[in-house]
Design a binder for this molecule. Structure first.
Ligand SMILES: [Cu+2]
Length: 208
């Protein structure tokens, strides 16, 4: 089993088309991601919550969406991350992860507002790299919001929160990132399915 996992990870990490990269922006390299309440029709698990890599600069927003959770980022660099959060709140049972940790300046921006922590109940997901002590909570879209996105790809006009933060990347290496909010509806304690499958609520970052 371990060997199978190792082979899987190696294949996964070496298959170039399966990785998303940071894009140049006015503030430096920027990784653009999105979280959605459900993947899409042609996905192996169309009903699972998921992260996507997106390209907000793409004139046709639909074609800018890629179902990748492996990222390639420059080592020893200040990297900015932008996450478009389209999912409702699941609520975190652990208030600790509703606080920002390991980000430059100690805060992230929630819709442009510097923020240190959110109400644990309003958390939809977190973006965490445990080995780096990095954790950023993602505020869920309120249940009463109009024009909510049902599944990927979501339109910029769908209800969403925009979360941005920056962190200093470590030296070369492969790190795991993951969500810690029990967001997997329909699974025991919300931690099964997409929470345990690379490609949905977790993945790898290759610092090069
Ligand atoms: Cu999640």
């Amino acid at each position: 089993m371990l060997a199978a996992i190792a082979v899987y990870i190696i294949l996964f990490l070496t298959s170039a088309p399966g990785a998303a990269s940071a894009r140049p922006s006015s503030v430096g390299p920027n990784l653009y991601l999105a979280t959605v309440p459900a993947a899409k029709g042609n996905d192996p698990h169309p009903l699972w919550v998921s992260y996507y890599a997106v390209n907000p600069g793409n004139a046709n927003w639909r074609t800018g969406w890629r179902h990748d959770t492996t990222y390639v980022l420059p080592a020893h660099t200040l990297v900015h991350v932008t996450i478009y959060e389209y999912d409702g709140d699941s609520g975190s049972r652990n208030p600790f992860i509703s606080q920002a940790q390991g980000v430059v300046g100690g805060t992230f921006e929630l819709n442009g507002k510097p923020t240190r922590a959110i109400n644990p109940k309003s958390a939809s997901h977190v973006f965490a790299i445990p080995q780096l002590g990095l954790n950023v909570p993602l505020e869920g879209v309120v249940g009463t919001a109009k024009n909510q996105c049902a599944n990927a790809p979501c339109s910029p006009s769908n209800a969403h929160n925009t979360i941005t933060f920056a962190f200093r990347t470590p030296g070369k290496g492969i790190y795991r990132w993951q969500c810690f909010v029990p967001c997997a509806a329909g699974y025991i304690f919300g931690f099964g399915g997409p929470m345990q499958t690379v490609g949905y609520m977790d993945g790898f970052i290759k610092f090069v």
